[in-house]
Design a binder for this molecule. Structure first.
Ligand SMILES: [Zn+2]
Length: 143
């Protein structure tokens, strides 16, 4: 297994599940709950990825709050070549930036939808892809 610039073991294509500040995020996803850190001092949402300090006031106290899972497409791109062999059977697929209603932006995919049908500003809602080791938040169009 190779190491990244911070010395973390990398398995390309997989998230860092063992980062201390990210563990609750992944545990909540396993229960099909999308959550985000909210600062206990300034009450603003941290955004993603999970982090130890508030990006707005540098406060270190926060709570994990449940999100509605609703948001809008901020931007997107269609991949016609697999970024990693595990994506080979998914091409063409989209990679989308989703602005969540409560704040925060996630990099994800819109599923059950051809990439050309994904448009900026479209309303989406979370759905969950359960993999053997972890669960990923994905999105689908709100009809
Ligand atoms: Zn803060």
């Amino acid at each position: 297994m190779s190491k990244d610039e911070r010395g973390r073991a990398t398995r390309r294509g997989q998230p860092y599940l063992d980062e201390p500040e990210a563990k609750p995020f992944w545990a909540n996803l396993r229960e099909h709950k999308l959550t985000e850190q909210r600062c206990s001092s300034c009450k603003k949402m941290f955004g993603f990825p999970p982090q130890a300090l508030c990006p707005h006031c540098l406060g270190s106290d926060y709570e994990w709050v449940p999100l509605s899972g609703k948001g809008k497409i901020y931007s997107h791109i269609a991949y016609h070549r697999a970024w990693h062999p595990s994506y080979q059977d998914k091409i063409p697929y989209n990679v989308s930036l989703v602005d969540l209603d409560e704040g925060g932006r996630l990099v994800s995919n819109v599923v059950d939808c051809p990439p050309e049908d994904v448009k900026i500003g479209m309303a989406v809602e979370v759905t969950y892809e359960d993999l053997p080791e972890y669960t990923l938040p994905k999105f689908r169009l709100v009809k």
